[in-house]
Write a protein that binds this ligand. Structure first.
Ligand code: NI
Length: 384
């Protein structure tokens, strides 16, 4: 069994798939063309894809012998970015672009489906291919789980492209890999007055400024210096005119943490701090915290399995154990809350980062990405 060799012979097809996805990006649970395209590709392999939600796809490959059920997930959505790469297969949709590599994720997973379909009789167990919409905005993973996509699944695996790693290099990370996120909105209600007579009102701008500063102490004074968290206020809107005391201020931001303990502690402390400072400034505060994506926490045994599979497939020099987590978020964390598994990284050597209008991943990583999923399944079924 040499999945890498087999995947390399599929390279032109994998590239074509990826470019087809790239030309026609979709997003926000409206990946209708993309999901139809995926269904046709899966049907051509003899699989029977099912639609979940509006745009999600799930297909199961039953092996010739009994064994565990292993789910593999690719996300499908693009971003609201105008592409500036000048590539011949650049996005044909104005203002939208696959700038996070999800086009590669889909092409690689279809490649895996083809590799494993060709060895269906040798598989001990079942493989469930999950194509998930709406990763970037509203957590399509959560809704797919509610629709039953993980029912009966023993392990779940997924991967994301990583521009900093050279093409075909694999990155694995044990334990906490991505932060949990809590977007929040703070609304401050003061009292409007003449700018020359502040004693007659309550200044929402001054209170907001104090709150922005006070919130910086959450990470610096409530979190152990050896742990990580970050709180960013990304917008602050208040006031209408230079000679009027602002009666309202609205601040929005995101708190990112590792571990549920810090998450609960900091969201609670944030509310107390905002309400306390606002009260001291004679302003009313409403704190609205959204429970966003959970962190991505890789299972120890599943991660060891991925590392072993990657080393077997590509050689030890092409596998990097990542020492640090990232502060960005990924809704794969919802899958890992339900079922043990691992979310790993495939190098695509792009000088431009993810979410850049010039993101241009090296497509030569596609065969390794497709083969690695297959090898992971093979090892998880205990056939290595
Ligand atoms: Ni992404």
């Amino acid at each position: 069994m040499n999945f890498l060799q087999e995947a390399q012979s599929l390279a032109p097809w994998l590239t074509e798939l990826r470019r087809d996805f790239h030309r026609r990006p979709e997003h926000g649970n409206k990946e209708f063309h993309t999901s139809a395209y995926i269904c046709r590709a899966l049907e051509s392999m003899g699989l029977e894809p099912k639609r979940l939600l509006e745009a999600a796809v799930a297909a199961e490959l039953q092996g010739g012998r009994p064994g565990p059920t292993i789910a593999l997930r690719a996300d499908m959505d693009a971003l609201l970015i105008q592409e500036h790469t000048n590539l011949p297969y650049a996005s044909e949709v104005p203002g939208m672009m696959h700038a996070c590599g999800h086009d590669l994720h889909m092409a690689a997973l279809l490649g895996t489906a083809r590799l494993l379909s060709d060895h269906r009789e040798d598989l001990c167990g079942a493989v469930r291919f999950l194509f998930q919409p709406d990763e970037e905005l509203d957590g399509g993973a959560k809704r797919m789980i509610e629709a039953g996509c993980l029912d009966g699944v023993d392990w779940v695996f997924g991967a994301h492209v990583r521009p900093e790693l050279p093409a075909g290099q694999v990155g694995v990370r044990y334990g906490a890999s991505y932060a949990a996120s809590n977007p929040f909105k703070i609304t401050l209600r003061g009292r409007v007055a003449h700018g020359a007579e502040p004693q007659n009102g309550a200044d929402a701008i001054v209170a907001g400024a104090q709150i922005v500063t006070a919130l910086q102490t959450l990470v610096s004074r409530r979190v152990s210096p050896t742990e990580s968290a970050v709180l960013t206020i990304g917008s602050f809107h208040a006031g209408s005119q230079c000679n009027i005391l602002a009666g309202e201020a609205v601040l929005e931001g995101i708190l990112r943490t590792f571990g549920e303990e810090n998450r609960k502690k900091l969201t609670g402390a944030m509310t107390d701090l905002v309400e306390g400072v606002a009260a001291a400034m004679d302003v009313e505060a409403m704190v609205d915290i959204t429970w966003g994506y959970p962190g991505v926490v890789n299972d120890e045994a599943a991660t060891a399995l991925v590392q072993r599979a990657a080393e077997t497939l590509l050689g030890t020099d092409r596998v990097t154990v990542l020492n640090e987590p990232v502060m960005t978020t990924e809704d794969f964390g919802f899958f890992l809350q339900k079922v043990p598994g691992c979310f790993y990284h495939i190098g695509v050597g792009s000088p431009a980062p993810l979410h850049s209008d010039q993101f241009n991943p090296d497509e030569s990583a596609l065969p390794a990405a497709a083969a690695l999923h297959a090898q992971v399944v093979w090892e998880a079924m205990g056939q290595a």
